[in-house]
Design a protein around this ligand. Structure first.
Ligand SMILES: NC(=O)c1ccc[n+]([C@@H]2O[C@H](COP(=O)([O-])OP(=O)(O)OC[C@H]3O[C@@H](n4cnc5c(N)ncnc54)[C@H](O)[C@@H]3O)[C@@H](O)[C@H]2O)c1
Length: 252
């Protein structure tokens, strides 16, 4: 592994208190970036920072649905690092048990899902990109999902709709900021073992593993490595793309 790909880069990562965001914070720091780890869960994000050594890291508490908190987190990161080069918009929720077929979803569930998974990404990109513009360019990576593109989770309508919106956000931002040296891409994880998927039973997982070409669930580090590539200068000609990392799930 190239350990120096992100040397000198300054990154902000949302949803960094757990799962994929935590793995990204650790990976980015290992590759030389200074990392502002953001999460609504203070304990989680502090724990993430405690797992980072050898690179400067900052724990910031913010709810991505609240514009003032997102703006503050970006400003705190800029103040600490002197600017930003990378924005990882990753915070997300699933509301399994409440999310459902459309005829059964309560409006509050629908709105909460859109607030966190879609508006939260918009706000992170809005303020994060302002910081990248001030730095003269950079890279954005948004976490989406196969459920936003394919009907593979028929009982997670709100989650799927919230993630579908991320594709539009990625592509319109890629088109808008290319000439200002800002690349915007997405990553599409398949089934990754994190707190978000803790509802998946062992039996479900066995069935999934039989079906998916790679034969197992993914781990957060396997998404963090795709994010690191997309955020690095190695991906200098990649923008408006959504990289699939799903063990072949959507190839079949
Ligand atoms: N795990 C999977 O299989 C999978 C698959 C496809 C996409 N994703 C996406 O990956 C992203 C990360 O999920 P994960 O699997 O690591 O889950 P996770 O639950 O381990 O991590 C999500 C993090 O987001 C934080 N968060 C939630 N709401 C927030 C808010 N309002 N403000 C700030 N932080 C908030 C949580 O506190 C948590 O630390 C999400 O966008 C999710 O939709 C996950």
């Amino acid at each position: 592994m190239d350990q120096t790909r992100l040397r000198g880069k300054r990154a902000i990562i949302t949803g960094a208190g757990s799962g994929i965001g935590r793995a990204a914070a650790i990976r980015f720091a290992r590759e030389g970036a200074r990392v502002a780890a953001v999460d609504v869960n203070e304990r989680g994000v502090k724990e993430t920072v405690s797992l980072i050594s050898g690179s400067e890291a900052l724990a910031l508490v913010a709810d991505v649905t609240k514009e003032d908190q997102v703006e503050r987190a970006v400003k705190d990161a800029v103040k600490a690092f002197g600017g930003l080069d990378i924005v990882i918009s990753n915070a997300g929720i699933a509301m399994v048990g409440k999310d459902d077929r459309v005829d059964r979803i309560a409006l509050e569930v629908w709105q909460r899902m859109l607030d966190v998974n879609h508006t939260g990404m918009f706000l992170t990109c809005k303020h994060g990109i302002r910081a990248l513009l001030a730095s003269g360019g950079g890279a954005v990576v948004c976490t989406t999902s196969p459920t936003g593109l394919y009907g593979i989770a028929p009982e997670q309508t709100a989650y799927s709709a919230s993630k579908a919106g991320v594709y539009g956000l990625v592509r319109s931002m890629a088109a808008a900021y290319g000439k200002e040296m800002i690349r915007v891409n997405g990553v599409m994880p398949g089934y990754i073992k994190t707190a978000l998927t803790s509802w998946v039973t062992e039996e479900h997982e066995r069935e999934f593993s039989k079906m998916v070409p790679i034969g197992r669930a993914g781990v957060p580090e396997e998404i963090a490595s795709v994010m690191a590539f997309l955020a690095s200068d190695e991906a200098s000609y990649v923008t408006g793309a959504v990289y699939v990392a799903d063990g072949g799930w959507t190839a079949i």
